[in-house]
Each structure stands twice: as C-alpha cells, then as structure tokens.
Design a protein around this ligand. Structure first.
Ligand SMILES: [Zn+2]
Length: 181
C-alpha cells in the first residue's frame, strides 16, 4: 500500500521516533509499504516517520550499479545505531519530505551501523559512499533531524525541476568517465 509522505513543515518530522520492540506482521507490512512508497517517489531511502509512523525503522535501496555490490540490495534496518563514522566530505543530497530541493551536505564517507534485521537478528553493516550517506540521512530522520539542519543557511538549497529525481546522487567519477566514452 502506498503511504503519503509527510513534507516539511509537518511537525511529525521533528519528533524522535520510538524503538521497534519486536518484528511483528504489522512491522513487515509497514516495510512493504515503505519500499512501495519509496519506489513510487523515486527515492533511495525512507524512514518510517516520513510516512507518519514514529518508529526507528529505515529502508534503503540504491539503484543497481555493477561496480558497487551494496547497490541494488534491499536494506531494512530496525533500531539502527551509527557506530563509527569516517572522514567527512561534501555530498549532494535531497529528501522526499522536501521535494524540489537539494544541497551539498557534509557526510562521513564511511559508516558502520548496527541494527536488527527483519529476521529479528542483530546485524552490522559497513557502508561507504552513497550507502553511508543514505544511512546517515535516514537515521537523522529517526531523531527528527532533516538534511537542511546541516546547512549553514537555507540559501544553500538549490531548486530542482519538479519532474527531477528527488534524491539523485552525483555520479561516481568512474561512471562519469564511462559515460563520456
Ligand atoms: Zn529524507
């Protein structure tokens, strides 16, 4: 089922979400809804508070990229915790809750996250690049933080066309080279 994505300035987006106590059929159904809603809106990540559920639950699926084995995989992270962050760099970023805008945001290039999987087991994910960026962005949502909070000024927001993808990463250098040839 498609869910409505809350947009700024909806106050629910500013709340701190509660831990998911156990993986229930309701949680599994919410995960299905979140993937469907994310795909319908051309997103690569979605946090439960964005569909009005104040739970610490995140889904991520990067577009397939044969050079990146972490791309194209479906990640479901329940109660995720950022454990370790690498060096920071400036990355282009947008949000389905703030459609039509993007900005350069400082994010760690690598991130280690622990979480509970849909199978109820504890797991750990070592991420880099776009996946690390998405993890930081989505876990921020669980704490009521939006990417604009990382900007010095809202003047840094860049408007993108209404039909543009919300969450388009800058192409990796290798990919850019490939497209040029
Ligand atoms: Zn977002």
């Amino acid at each position: 089922m498609l869910r409505r994505i809350l947009e700024l300035p909806d106050p629910v987006l500013r709340e701190v979400a509660d831990p998911v106590p156990t993986v229930t059929p309701e949680v599994e159904a919410l995960v299905d809804d979140m993937f469907a809603t994310m795909h319908a809106n051309l997103g690569i990540g979605l946090a439960a508070p964005q569909v009005g559920e104040l739970l610490r639950l995140v889904v991520i699926e990067l577009p397939p990229n044969e050079k990146d084995p972490q791309a194209g995989m479906r990640y479901v992270l329940i109660n995720p915790e950022l454990r370790r962050l690498g060096e920071r760099e400036s990355m282009s970023e947008g949000c389905l809750s703030l459609p039509g805008f993007r900005a350069m945001v400082e994010r760690a290039h690598t991130a280690t996250v622990t979480y509970t999987g849909l199978d109820g087991r504890s797991a750990r994910l070592d991420a880099h690049g776009l996946l690390a960026q998405a993890l930081q962005h989505e876990i921020d949502h669980l704490n009521g933080v939006l990417f604009v909070d990382h900007l010095d000024s809202l003047d840094e927001l860049e408007q993108i066309p209404p039909d543009g993808l919300e969450w388009v990463p800058a192409p990796a250098e290798e990919d850019a080279d490939q497209e040029d040839t």
